[in-house]
Design a protein around this ligand. Structure first.
Ligand code: ATP
Ligand code: MG
Length: 481
């Protein structure tokens, strides 16, 4: 049975391509992700067109047909991209690829549509729709990709071991698509990944991490990490995460499995926020636990300072994964470092001073920190969870009250180090630091208000304790003395 999808090819670009190939006598097809997403009724961002003929020349003609479009030609890959407003249309000549064992670069030759479909990674990514007039919209599905789509199956068109060995990135792609669509990787395909896993080492970290970030942005990212673990890829990519697996027992006392706990926290955070870096913070929040694990006969298993150790581990992990080392990483570090604070806070009486300190340290990331911490409370003991969540409500209310009253979030003490040096005629020295810190503490502890006059008086009396007298008055920048 021929399935026809003509009514979905309404975009002008399909008609334009159709007219051109009618004239040149070539065959052209929409292929891959666009067709897959059409059948899944999901939005697709880019269009891939394969032409049995000259891909670049077709792209040039399409570019001329759309005023204001932009053409990029990648001669060495034999591909070209036409950008029509924010739609990217990629053109490639149908090709046949053959790989040799000793090289990652395939030998590429011109081929038929069938050759081109054979080189695609999964049956659901090999679907093509004809753009020739007489067959416009007809589906070409040599590997029963539609059936796999309907049954939610990821399967390679050809022998899985060869497919994965030819291009090991496909292993990550299999897991990424399974995670994104909630599909199952067919048994033989999964087995192919298990057998080929070690070849992931020839793939650049940028490309691996690209796939991992796409996994991260899916609805249930845990599925991807559990699959990576199951097929043996996790140890190559994130050994620190793998090290969190398992439970130790001493005298019948066990701790929870930190890997599976992390997976729960990650999915929970993902259900609240589509911030990629908050999701990374969830993945990393307990990464310091294996290194800090101890057994204390009195209190059982402990992971003292795992948050600080975790915070310290992040730069080397990010560097290895070729993730950004800028403020995105600092944000992840900060959340990991602070992730125990709201919990500790809610265990005790919630004092204004503790809330002020937390606000000061978390700054604008306080909301994200609270999201992470709420997600972190996964306990089998429902009563305990409820108690924590109740306390969290109090913490949140207090955070709001105190922020409204004291504006601590992006707080800078009203008297600066320069002012202190000027007041007491000091050179940069530890004394300046001592005075500055004392002022910060006094404000955060609520000894004085976050106010210029009170801060100046406080500094004067504190300096007197150190035997210092002010030699000049200071100005608050508004001409106030
Ligand atoms: P996305 O929605 O992420 O863009 P996609 O399926 O369109 O998904 P692309 O990376 O844009 O993925 O690739 C387009 C098509 O090219 C795929 O559908 C697939 O047919 C083919 N393809 C991409 N990468 C590979 C690969 N490593 N091996 C084999 N085929 C690939
Ligand atoms: Mg695509």
């Amino acid at each position: 049975m021929v399935r026809n999808m003509k009514e979905h090819l309404g975009h002008k670009v399909f008609g334009v391509v159709s007219d051109i190939v009618e004239e040149t006598g070539e065959q052209a097809f929409v292929i891959g992700g666009f067709v897959r997403d059409l059948l899944l009724e999901k939005k697709s961002k880019d269009i891939d067109i394969v032409v049995v003929g000259k891909g670049i020349e077709l792209a040039e003609r399409v570019h001329k047909a759309f005023r204001g479009s932009h053409l990029s030609v990648f001669k060495s890959f034999g591909t070209a991209m036409v950008k029509i407003r924010d739609l990217e249309v990629e053109f490639v000549g149908a090709r046949r690829e053959s790989y040799r064992r000793d090289s990652r670069k395939p030998i590429v030759e011109d081929g038929t549509l069938e050759d081109d479909q054979n080189r695609r990674d999964f049956t659901i990514n090999a679907l093509a729709l004809s753009l020739r007039k007489e067959t416009f919209g007809d589906l070409v599905d040599p590997f029963n990709g539609v059936e796999d789509l309907e049954n939610g199956i990821i399967r390679t068109p050809l022998d899985p071991e060869i497919t994965f060995s030819d291009d090991p990135l496909r292993m990550m792609r299999a897991i990424r698509f399974a995670t994104r669509f909630g599909f199952k990787i067919e048994d033989k395909t999964l087995d192919g990944i298990v057998k080929t896993a070690s070849r992931i080492e020839i793939i650049s970290m940028e490309r691996i991490c690209d796939e991992m970030n796409k996994m991260m942005m899916s609805e249930r990212p845990s599925m991807g990490f559990k699959l990576m673990d199951r097929v043996g890829l996790l140890g190559y990519i994130l050994p620190e995460l793998k090290a969190m697996k398992g439970v130790s027992k001493v005298g019948g006392r066990a701790h929870k499995d930190n890997f599976y706990h992390t997976m729960e926290v990650l999915d929970c955070v993902a259900s609240y926020s589509d911030n990629l870096w908050l999701r990374w913070a969830a993945l990393m929040h307990d990464i310091g636990k294996p290194r800090t694990k101890r057994f204390d006969p009195k209190i059982g298993w402990t992971f003292h300072n795992h948050n600080f150790i975790g915070e310290k581990m992040i730069p080397s992990i990010f560097k290895r994964l070729k993730l950004p080392l800028d403020n995105k990483m600092k944000y992840v570090q900060k959340l990991v470092g602070l992730h125990m604070r709201p919990i500790v806070l809610s265990e005790e009486e919630v004092t204004d001073s503790a809330v002020r300190r937390l606000l000061f340290e978390a700054g604008d990331d306080i909301e994200d920190l609270m999201t992470l911490c709420e997600a972190d409370i996964t306990s089998k003991n429902e009563e305990k969870v409820q108690r924590f969540l109740r306390n969290f409500k109090i913490v949140r209310r207090k955070l709001k009250e105190i922020e409204e009253k004291d504006h601590i979030r992006n707080f800078q003490p009203p008297v600066t180090g320069e002012m202190i040096m000027e007041m007491f005629d000091l050179q940069p020295s530890p004394t300046v630091g001592i005075l500055k810190n004392a002022l910060k503490d006094a404000i955060l502890d609520g000894v004085i208000h976050n106010d210029f006059d009170e801060a100046r008086c406080f500094i004067v009396s504190k300096a007197a304790e150190l035997g210092l007298k002010p030699i000049s008055k200071i100005e608050d920048g508004n001409g106030k003395w």
